[in-house]
Design a binder for this molecule. Sequence first.
Ligand SMILES: [Zn+2]
Ligand SMILES: [Zn+2]
Length: 82
Amino acid sequence: MSTALVGRPLSTEPATVAWCAQRGHPWTTYNPWADRTWCRCGARQSPGQMPPDWGAKWELFHDHPYGVPCRCYLPAAQRVSQ
Ligand SMILES: [Zn+2]
Ligand SMILES: [Zn+2]
C-alpha cells in the first residue's frame, strides 16, 4: 500500500464523514497519478478509476441548481460571457 505517500484530497472531519456515510460513500475523487479513486472521506477507495457519483460531485463542487447547464469547469472568462 502506497496511499500514505499520496496527498489525499479528502477531509476526515466528522461532518464530512457523516455526509459521505449518508450517501453510501460515493466515488467523488479520482487521482490519475495514484490511479486510485476515493469517496469524499476516504473510508472507501479502490484502485483504478471508478465511475463518479455525479449527484454527490455536484453537491460538493457546484454552486447552481442541479440539472441546469453547468459552466463550473469553464475558464472564468468564458463564464462571464454566457
Ligand atoms: Zn466516505
Ligand atoms: Zn456546475
